[in-house]
Write a protein that binds this ligand. Structure first.
Ligand code: TYD
Ligand code: MG
Length: 464
């Protein structure tokens, strides 16, 4: 590269932009709070490269021959090849196994089980494929100790402790793994960028190298990304658009159960859930998920209510709790765990307007038991029942389940998978279900459970 060329590059590289380390939103000016994801103090400076420099850097990685325009009909597709990970619940979230040449991002809080899950997956896959586990966070010894704990120390996994992307990919190129695991993206760096590992530009650029490598060689890559609350590391969200699938770990660290949710999946359904329990020998699939989220005491307290939720492609029985109480504060609290706060505001408004029950001046706490997060609308009716039960201090029947969406007019709207939900409840011994009228099964279709269809909030509340 000639001298003049270099100086013109560095000149254009001085142009800066500010990028949110949580969600990747960019802005020309620095701001204290990101207007997209509302994270505080998350903007960091990032140098923008001229396109000339980018294309120079991509050489050898883009793998692009001379581009040509082609008719859609003429594109030949071989059916996507999928491999099972040996963990049924993970396969489910991935849409039926790992796709050849796909890049999967696995995000979650530190210590939630990402490395454990991937080491188990790697062990299973290494029986059949050349599998390379790159550790940037832990030493080879630590990984080997974990492998012993998981009982997979005899597997054929290959290990590499390295954090420079160029070196990793050079070695991978020579070794030719079919499965490549990167733990974690925040420890990686590329030498073409000056900033520290974990910064937005390093994370993005390193991931871009990995994605190009995957597409060019057909290697399937799993990338671990830590979610950090304080923005000191760039979050996995800055990568979401680059990869094929994004899976997030949910769940409380102190609870045994872990939920892996597909947040984006180019090869399968989103919102699919995988359920695991963390044991002393790693993550184990949970076979009867409903039983776990329902581990209720024999004594039923007011404000507790069971709902049949629809997660991914299966029904799940989940307990919702509400506590409605007088507040010592001028502004009553609205706290929700596992449930969207805005939706609670809406439910309170509907409850007041269409049922004449006012909770405006009281504290309201909503908790979805078991550390699951519910994003579907079928939970509305269950939350309302729990709140009213707590307000009146009257427990609901232990044998009752409810589900249904509530509209702004106080109407109860049907939800997806009505019949399957009722069947799941019946299977677990529930005797009564209150459901949207449009979700009513045909008479006698589901035995041993009394199904009550309701059209409006007022009608539903008469059964309380
Ligand atoms: P880890 O996979 O290291 O988390 P991450 O990579 O997401 O940071 O999980 C670490 C936690 O899991 C740690 O607190 C110990 C626990 N653990 C078990 O309970 N059983 C096991 O068999 C293993 C390997 C870890
Ligand atoms: Mg780890």
């Amino acid at each position: 590269m000639s001298k003049s060329n270099q100086s013109s590059n560095s000149k254009s590289a001085t142009k800066v932009q500010y990028v949110c380390s949580q969600c990747g939103a960019s802005s020309a000016k620095w701001a204290g709070q990101c207007s997209d994801c509302l994270a505080w103090n998350s903007f960091t400076e990032m140098a923008m490269f001229s396109t000339g420099k980018v294309s120079a850097r991509l050489k050898g990685y883009a793998g692009a021959d001379t581009p040509t325009i082609i008719a859609l009909q003429d594109v030949t597709t071989n059916h996507e090849t999928r491999w099972t990970t040996g963990l049924e619940e993970l396969d489910r979230v991935l849409g039926g196994g790992v796709v050849e040449g796909s890049v999967v991002l696995i995000g979650g809080d530190p210590g939630i089980g990402k490395s454990t899950l991937l080491l188990q997956t790697a062990a299973n896959l290494s029986n059949e494929f050349n599998t390379l586990y790159v550790t940037g966070e832990e030493s080879l010894k630590q990984v080997s100790l974990r492998a012993q704990r998981l009982g997979v120390e005899k597997s054929k996994i290959k290990l590499l402790a390295e954090t420079q992307v160029e070196k990793i990919l050079m070695l991978a190129e020579a070794d030719g793994p079919k499965i490549l695991i990167i733990d974690s993206i925040q420890t990686l760096y590329t030498e073409v960028i000056q900033s520290a590992p974990g910064s937005v530009s390093q994370v993005r650029e390193s991931a871009a190298y990995l994605v190009r490598f995957a597409k060019r060689t057909g290697t399937s890559i799993f990338i671990v990304g830590h979610v950090t609350k304080d923005g000191s590391l760039a979050g996995p969200r800055v990568l979401e658009h680059m990869v094929d699938a994004v899976l997030y770990f949910e769940g409380e660290k102190d609870s045994r159960f872990r939920v892996v949710r597909a947040f984006k999946n180019r090869f399968g359904a989103v919102n699919e859930l995988g359920l695991f329990a963390m044991t002393d020998k790693g993550l184990k699939a949970v076979n009867n998920p409903s039983a776990i989220f329902l581990s209720r005491d024999k004594v039923i307290v007011p404000g507790s209510n069971v709902l049949v939720s629809w997660e991914g492609n299966r029904p799940l029985l989940i307990e919702v709790q509400a506590l409605v109480d007088e507040t010592p504060l001028a502004n009553p609290r609205r706290v929700t765990v596992g449930f969207e706060n805005n939706r609670l505001g809406m439910l309170l408004a509907v409850l007041h307007r269409h049922a004449g029950i006012s909770i405006h001046s009281l504290d309201v706490f909503i908790n979805v038991v078991g550390g699951v997060r519910i994003t579907e609308t079928g939970i509305d009716l269950a939350v309302l029942f729990a709140m009213v039960s707590s307000l009146r201090n009257k427990p609901l029947s232990q044998e009752l389940v409810v589900f249904g969406e509530i509209g702004l007019g106080g109407e109860i709207r049907p939800v997806q998978g009505g019949q399957e939900r009722i069947r799941e409840a019946q299977k677990h011994g529930f005797k009564t279900a209150i459901v949207p009228k449009a979700n009513m099964p045909k008479k006698g279709a589901i035995p041993d459970i009394e199904v009550i269809g309701v059209n409006s909030l007022q009608e539903a509340l008469t059964y309380l």
